[in-house]
Structures are given as C-alpha cells and as structure tokens.
Design a protein around this ligand. Structure first.
Ligand SMILES: [Zn+2]
Length: 265
C-alpha cells in the first residue's frame, strides 16, 4: 500500500508547483482523514486554498493608488437613513421590534395603518403635563395623530409649493411619518407659540424641561442633535415619541436613538 501512496504523491506533486513539505503534509492529512477517497478527489479539495490565495496577492503587484481604490470600493457604503428606499409600494404590515413599533424612512407604515391617537401615549402625556404644570410650565401637544390621508394632503401641498427635494427636507412622505403611529406628540408651551415646531423650543424653559424629564413618563426626544444619519430626520426639539418608561429611560441614559436601542443601525 505504501508504494501506491508514494506513487500517487509523486504524480500529484509533479502536477502542482507547491511547496513540497506542505504538499506532503496536506496529502498525508487527506489520506489520514479520508482513506477511501480516490486519487482525484483528495487533490481537488486541497487545491481550493491555493486558488483563494491568489486575489490577495494581486493588489501587491498593482500600483498603490489602484489598490487603495479597490479597498474603498469593497467597503460597504454607509447606510444613509435620510434617504427614502427605492420601493414602489408600502409594506402590508408595520415593523414591530421587541414590542416597539418602528416608523422611519427605512421602515414605513402600511397605507391602511390607522390606529388613531394611542391611549397609553395620551395618558402618559397627561401625567407629564401635570408634572410640568406643577413647575409652572403649561405644555401643549399641538400635533399628535395624523392619518395617512392627512399626511398625503400636507406633503403634496408642500411639494406643489416648494418642489419635492425641498419638501423632503422638512416633511415626511405619506406612510413615513411617525405621527401615523398615534404615539408621536409634538409638544410646545402655551403662550410660546412662536417656538412651536421650531428649533428655538429647545432653548426655552419648557423645551429644556421636557427634554430632561420626558423619559420618566415613557417619552423620548425622537430626533436628537447629530443623529440625523441614524434617525433619518434633522433635530426636532419638539417631537417626542412614546415608547414606555423602560425603553425611554434606557435610551435617555445611554444617549442613544430608538434605532440604536432596537439594533436596526
Ligand atoms: Zn412631529
């Protein structure tokens, strides 16, 4: 038997321009592990690593610049959450992760999803408004549930007025607004209407209070500063989303977004 193996090895080695020591070891392994394998099968299996090594060696031979470009192309392009996906119809079901409904530009809602204003969100908001009132701040939820049809009407009006590119910067397309969940409340302060739906709300006493206390009632500042690439929306100091106390507190304490909390980014 030894003579036969030696003959096979000799033939095989003569066909391959490999390091003899490594080839012998590989051959020995192949024969030890699979003694019944035919002469042809064992060498084929061993050929694979040699083939896969080739591409790694190629860039070294090429000019440095080209090699660099190749590396950049291979790296996956960072996902931009602000860009709408290229889809021609809305999904049939909403996205629910760990019991939390997610609605953003990458996870739109069905056209038929029409839950109305969420009762738990309203109850939590009333508790929060009561606590704020005890500190002399009269909160107002000036925009809560918005159905698909209403959002469509608004968006199409903005597109007609400013064009789609401009409208996309400040308004969600129908099916993509978190207000359609019934759990997003736009909050302002009574007598401070000039700050409603404005970045300036964040600098007011009411805006600061809500930002620091909302999580105790289950709300999060949904679109924080500097997280546009994750949430898909520019900072909105007035837009709060109800996610329940546990999630809201974790998100607040870790200074993260809902997307990061749910692990979708
Ligand atoms: Zn809003």
């Amino acid at each position: 038997m030894t003579a036969i193996w030696a003959a096979i090895a000799a033939v095989w080695l003569s066909m391959h321009n490999w390091d003899t020591g490594e080839s012998m070891k590989a051959l020995a392994r192949a024969f030890t592990e699979q003694p019944e394998e035919t002469e042809q099968t064992a060498p084929q299996e061993q050929e694979e690593p040699a083939v896969s090594e080739e591409p790694a060696e190629q860039p070294e031979a090429e000019p440095e610049e080209e090699a660099k470009e190749e590396v950049e192309e291979e790296a996956p392009a960072p996902k931009d959450a602000t860009v709408y996906p290229d889809i021609d119809r809305l999904p049939a079901e909403p996205t629910i992760i760990n019991g939390i409904l997610l609605a953003n530009k990458q996870h739109p809602l069905p056209e038929t999803y029409a839950p109305g204003e969420d009762a738990d969100t309203r109850a939590a908001y009333e508790q929060m408004a009561e606590a704020a009132a005890a500190e002399g701040l009269q909160l107002v939820a000036f925009s809560t549930y918005r159905g698909f049809a209403r959002q469509k009407e608004l968006y199409e009006g903005y597109v007609a007025k400013d064009g789609q590119q401009a409208a996309d910067r400040y308004s969600a397309r129908p099916g993509y607004s978190e207000h359609q969940t019934g759990m997003a409340f736009d909050i302002g302060e009574a007598g401070q209407e000039q700050h409603w739906a404005s970045a300036s709300f964040g600098g007011t006493a009411g805006g600061k209070w809500v930002k620091e206390n909302a999580h105790n009632y289950g709300f999060i500042l949904r679109y924080p500063e500097g997280k546009e690439h994750i949430t898909g929306y520019m900072h909105e100091s007035w837009h709060f989303r109800y996610v329940g106390k546990k999630a809201a507190t974790a998100i607040y304490n870790q200074n993260i977004t809902l997307e990061e909390y749910l692990g979708v980014q």
